[in-house]
Design a protein around this ligand. Sequence first.
Ligand SMILES: Cc1cc2nc3c(=O)[nH]c(=O)nc-3n(C[C@H](O)[C@H](O)[C@H](O)COP(=O)(O)O)c2cc1C
Length: 225
Amino acid sequence: MKKYENALLLVGSPKGSLSSSVSLGNSLTLSLEELGLSIDTEYLYKLVKKEDGQKKLISKVEDADLIILAFPLYIDCLPAGVIKALELIAIYRQSMSNPKKQGFVVIINCGFPETQHNNVAVSICKIFAREVGYEWKGALALGMGGAFGGKSLEERGGMVRNVIKGFDIAAQALSEGEKIPEEAIELVGKKFMPITLYTKMGNLGWNIQAKKFGARKKIRDQPYL
Ligand SMILES: Cc1cc2nc3c(=O)[nH]c(=O)nc-3n(C[C@H](O)[C@H](O)[C@H](O)COP(=O)(O)O)c2cc1C
């Protein structure tokens, strides 16, 4: 199997460096770096809006052996900026007579506690890989994404030990040009705190934000009913 020399992390959250997507993406790329790959990171929302950014995206993608796309789930699907990036890549790849063989991996996190909300988005990414001729290396998906909030996985500590272990196993396989093993996918997708605790923390977070913006009394409003 061919070993990859470099990997490109594409962060697909509009929250950029404060996102859970970058925390998760960095965890995988740090392990890959330790295994000898050189790593480049780009933020899709910075690139897709203007022509020079779009050109930069295509040239970065073209140079990569392994492309890692990390993004949040939006309405059971991909955020608009990520869809735009994939469309640009597809147009470029379809214009080439002999497109380069490259590996493609996705990391998806969602706000609901259960991992399976990401299933449709995983399928969309898999179909994208097939359509543009990328080698599909697998998807690492998880729920409870709100627990990361831009912090590194190490900062989150023992609570996310299975996620860290899953990323390590995935990195080892990817560095050898192999697909992400099922064991890694399961470890990353395992719930890492009780759902009731996650929901309580989420509710607390909403209340703190409502207070900050003077909207405490409006939090239960349903304006579209
Ligand atoms: C517009 C929007 C749509 C969302 N849709 C979903 C959804 O369908 N299912 C879900 O579980 N979480 C959904 N979320 C929550 C995000 O996936 C979650 O907050 C995630 O952890 C954000 O990751 P990030 O920090 O990488 O952006 C949505 C968030 C936003 C802003």
